[in-house]
Design a protein around this ligand. Sequence first.
Ligand code: AMP
Ligand code: MG
Length: 419
Amino acid sequence: MTTIAQAVSCIDGYDPDALRVDKAAEAIRACLVPVSETELVPIRLAPGRILAQEIVPAIDVPGHDNSAMDGYAVRSADLSSPREVLLKQIGSAFAGRAFKDEIQKGQCVRIMTGAVMPRGADTVVVQEVCRAEGDRVTVPPGQKAGQNVRAAGEDLKAGVPVLEPGRALVAADIGLIASLGIGEVAVKRRLRVAFFSTGDELASIGAPLKEGQVYDSNRYTLHGMLARLGVEIQDLGVVRDDPAALEAAFRKAAASADAVITTGGVSVGEADFIRQLMAKLGEVLFWKIAMRPGRPMAFGRIGGAFLFGLPGNPVAVMVTFYQFVREALLVLSGAAGTEIPLLSAVSSQSIRKVPGRTEYQRGVVYRDGGGWKARVTGQQGSGVLRSMSEANCFIVLEHERGNVQAGEMVQVQLFEGLA
Ligand code: AMP
Ligand code: MG
């Protein structure tokens, strides 16, 4: 097995004391090994799971040419006249109840949306433009051959793969799979993720706050973020800044999880004894990342588990989670295509920014007239969790960028997606 040190040594520009965000992400990616075990699940339980098989249709969808409209199925050859044409209706075709005979020259069939095209017919004329009297149907000129017909296989073609392994399944995928008559699919097993908070100042919910204590919020934020990823969650509580307690917690977490997330204890004042502890337990790198918030971070491996040692500040926890851990957990889960889209918006205000680090300002993207603008949510301190709660996006200020003037374009990462 390659060590983490070996993997990161190949990364151009790797500097643990001033690590660019993109390099940190690259370093993490270089080390990750996705889970290999799979399981079969009913498709109803598959949204959010990572597909572990290729989906190859055994059938065409739709299985037959069929009508896209309510109207009349006709032979386009009968409509070559520049004037209206009189046809004889010889029957009706309903969805699920095909019309059996072939239509001949001068004939048509009344047809409903989804009904299989009768043999001989290649075109549907919508009912609104036709005039019917008894079995005589008058069709106006100007119809296009093949119009209003859905071709067999236009959605899915037998033998042509439609979904690849690594796909994080969304509702539309589940529908596609169902349209093939497939009821269960192979997915990667769920990733097991354990986490705990560290800090002597932390009180758990339910206990009264003593002098100088704060309630542990990080575990709840983490729980919320992990729940969205569909991983198995193991909450190991609060651990004191005590080497023996921390060692026991790390051992326990690493024994049962694929990934362990901790918060707190990686800042300069605290890192030393954690560093010694980590060296004893596994291989862990301590990074100073050129970002704000979230500068210190530890990454490594303890036993079979990858470790993400996040800073303690509540906003830094969320930023480092979204910028590094989320993607890493998806990759470990076997997902492909995990990048968060960066969109552009006009900054409605000036924003102070120092070149040489990537900043993740908490922002609100809002509609302004015809376009979308972004503004910062109030105070941006890394302990001000309200700045996250009020935000609907990160305003990502790139590494090299300096101050932003009002009216300049900025990049944003939206918190919410549809699927
Ligand atoms: P640390 O990284 O351990 O030095 O913590 C940095 C700051 O984050 C300190 O002000 C801590 O009190 C705060 N903090 C650490 N862990 C938590 C937590 N689990 N919940 C809320 N605040 C925390
Ligand atoms: Mg601490």
